[in-house]
Design a protein. Structure first.
Length: 140
């Protein structure tokens, strides 16, 4: 989701997995199904009725999509989510609280999932930032 340059899509393609990438900008990611849509302009959810074995979201936060992410996970599906959290404003952008997770927000939001890993706090690499990471599985 919000695949940007496609680095995660490429990683999973190299592991011989089927990949669907989504972004508001046109991308060419050879071997991936690509859907161009702006998820924040009121466009219909492009995956109605589809379920995925994995959903990956990095460096993107649009809280109205949280329920859609849950609906898109197949039983046994994995959600990997990493983005910025409060405190990141001291390192630069994003600095608007609307685009920063609150402490523990991913745990609370996706509490129906079985958490396999969770981290939050300051990181030094690839650049200093405050982040929150969640890896969780939908019971199946």
């Amino acid at each position: 989701m919000a695949c940007g340059s496609g680095r995660h899509a490429t990683l999973f393609l190299n592991k011989k997995l089927q990949v669907t990438a989504i972004d508001r900008e046109i991308r060419v990611i050879l071997g991936a199904r690509f859907i161009r849509v702006d998820l924040e302009d009121g466009s219909p959810w492009p995956f109605a009725g589809e379920r995925f074995e994995g959903v990956v979201v990095t460096n993107y936060l649009h809280r109205p999509l949280f329920a859609r992410l849950m609906e898109s996970l197949a039983p046994g599906g994995v959600l990997i989510y990493e983005t910025f959290m409060l405190g990141n404003e001291r390192f630069g952008k994003p600095s608007n609280p609307a685009f920063l997770l609150r402490p523990g927000e991913l745990l609370e939001t996706f509490k129906e999932l079985a958490v396999k890993g969770f981290e939050e706090g300051e990181v030094a690499e690839p650049k200093p930032a405050m982040i929150q990471r969640l890896c969780a599985v939908l019971a199946g």
